[in-house]
Design a protein around this ligand. Structure first.
Ligand code: ISL
Length: 565
């Protein structure tokens, strides 16, 4: 029987446990902390929680480096705590989705320890080992088997002195890539996944799942001008066996189980590929996260970025809406634990903080697809004011800084890059209230709390109809109440001003008109005459600035209005 597509009307909330709520005063968030905050999520009205990794881990990449897939890291709690949390989530009518990080493990995982024990180890082939480049001295720069650059700076290969061979790691050297071409690896992963599903979890968000199949020859990448490393992405992403593996996983793990959610994290995915992954008839994934709208502002890598021009964000969203209109399904997101805070990045956190946070949310949540809210986004949390490299914690930021210093770049410029784009902006503690440490911990937090928690916090926003939190709540409620939000088609409307994002949603005789000014200047809606006539005199059902207005009325900076007819 076909799986009911329950997730089409669901909203997912991502928890990054380290930064959500600490319960034991060690300064790091944990499972019992989440348990104590479930009512926040009930109040918001989300349907699903996605938990970033909580498994046993040396925490080189905050848990995306796993040394035991079937244990909870002691910093987060115990399996008993987990079971209690899962039961409490289910008791409140929500579902819980786990993070599945199986492109790589930690270098401290027993599989890798056995693999690196020697060339004859039965698990040698569970990871990707290669000899140094022909005629090169092991360990010298340039001797790596390929010229690829890691996501976290430096080469994707680390030499194992004992065997004289290199192992592949697309991320940090403490995150060796598994060899998915080995059937024993796949079976071990599927067994582990079944174990979690048997425990009651409701699905998986699959970390960099489009990287699990590599080009078998591992060719060198092209070296961009002025760079020392090649771009391996075309060779290590979307490899020849990717779709085969996903279908196998679906058969081996998910078939015959109830209402689950599978979402693939797929950096660099194209629209055509996204349609393949999420085409229900292909039986691969329910949906994927695409990265186009969070890459538009990259200039020379993510740390040299720019502000978007009016209309760029809307154009990108609309193209994805159109690409997956008939086949496949979109995931909708503005942020996650790897991205800067959207109100700072795409909005105007200084002058129009509340307005731009709510306008961006409206533009996203009224689209067709499944919306994802990243913790704190529903409060309008902003980037952190970190100015000193010692404020930063993330391995990507710290590696980038170290490599940039070694290349002789100016520290102020490098810090400027981090101030715009570091992943740590998403990782400062959730701002629950205005007390010391924002109600996150009674101890000393593992990363700085944003000083603006005095004004930007949950306690101040609950029940205040004009708050960012209550606006998110209203958007979620609309999706639940109006079938057109979940299932309607998407039709973009031309506008006179590129800063205005205007679209209709239609389902039978239910219609929505969405008008959002994504800029800090006033704008006229300027939609085509036909639609103007059709919507004239309509009363909005949701606005982010006070009062109702005719669809023709000018839009104030970051004003958003939704009409129903
Ligand atoms: O933020 C990024 C680096 O610039 C992204 O490219 C990110 O590395 C990519 O989206 C993969 O992210 C996922 O896998 C990583 C982990 O560090 C991220 O937190 C996770 O979301 C390795 O597991």
């Amino acid at each position: 029987a076909a799986t009911p597509e329950w997730w089409k009307s669901a909203v997912v909330y991502q928890i990054y446990p380290r930064s959500f709520q600490d319960s034991d005063g060690d300064g790091v968030g944990d499972l019992r902390g989440i348990l104590g905050r479930l009512d926040h999520l009930r109040r918001l009205g989300v349907d699903v929680i996605w938990l970033s990794p909580i498994y046993r881990s040396p925490q080189a990449d905050n848990g995306y480096d796993i040394s035991d897939y079937q244990q909870i890291d002691s910093v987060f709690g115990t399996l008993d705590d987990f079971d209690e949390l899962l039961a409490a989530v289910h008791a409140r009518g929500m579902k819980l989705v786990m993070d599945l990080v199986v492109n790589h493990t930690s270098d401290e995982h027993p599989w890798f320890l056995q693999s690196r024990a020697g060339r004859d180890s039965p698990k040698r082939d569970w990871y990707i080992w290669r000899p140094p480049r022909e005629g090169c001295v092991p360990g010298e720069p340039g001797s790596e088997p390929t010229n690829w650059e890691s996501f976290f700076s430096g080469p994707t290969w680390t030499l194992d002195e004992t065997s004289g061979e290199y192992y592949l790691h697309l991320f940090a050297s403490k995150q060796p890539d598994l060899n998915w071409d080995n059937p024993d690896v796949r079976e071990a992963v599927y067994t582990m996944m079944r174990w979690w599903l048997d425990r009651g979890v409701d699905g998986f968000r699959m970390d960099v799942i489009n990287l699990i199949s590599k080009h078998p020859d591992l060719p060198d990448g092209l070296v961009p001008e002025g760079k020392t490393h090649g771009d391996g992405f075309p060779h290590f992403s979307a490899g020849p066996r990717l779709h085969e593996y996903l279908r196998e996983m679906r058969r081996e793990v998910f078939d015959g189980r109830g209402a689950l959610l599978t979402v693939g994290e797929t950096p660099g995915v194209t629209k055509a590929e996204a349609a393949l992954f999420s085409d229900p008839s292909r039986r691969e994934l329910d949906m994927v996260f695409q990265f186009e709208h969070v890459s538009l502002d990259h200039v020379d890598g993510k740390f040299r970025s720019r502000r978007l021009e009016p209309g760029e964000l809307a154009d990108s969203f609309a193209e994805w809406q159109e690409a997956l209109a008939t086949v496949g399904w979109n995931s909708l997101y503005l942020s996650n634990h790897d991205q800067p805070r959207p109100v700072t990045r795409f909005g105007d956190a200084g002058r129009w903080w509340r307005e731009s946070a709510t306008a961006l949310a409206t533009a996203l949540h009224m689209q067709r697809g499944t919306p994802y809210i990243y913790q704190g986004e529903e409060l309008g949390m902003t980037n952190a004011p970190f100015r000193d490299i010692r404020d930063y914690r993330d391995v990507e930021s710290l590696n980038y800084y170290a490599y940039a210093m070694a290349r002789g770049e100016r520290p102020e410029e490098v810090i400027e890059g981090l101030q715009a784009m570091s992943r740590d902006h998403a990782r400062t503690p959730v701002q629950w209230d205005g007390t010391e440490n924002a109600g996150f911990t009674g101890g000393s937090p593992w990363i700085g709390v944003n000083p603006n928690h005095a004004t930007v916090n949950a306690e101040r926003q609950y029940g205040d109809g004009s708050s960012v939190f209550e606006h998110y709540r209203a958007l979620i409620d609309l999706r639940h109440r109006l079938p057109v939000v979940a299932d309607g088609d998407f039709v973009r409307l031309d506008t006179a001003d590129p800063a205005v994002f205007a679209f209709e949603r239609n389902l039978g005789d239910e219609h929505l008109l969405v008008l959002v000014n994504l800029s800090s200047e006033p704008a006229s809606p300027g939609i085509p005459a036909r639609e103007r006539t059709r919507w004239r005199g309509a009363e909005p059902i949701l606005v982010n600035l006070g009062g109702g207005s005719d669809p023709d009325a000018a839009l104030a900076p970051w004003e958003a209005r939704v009409y129903l007819r």
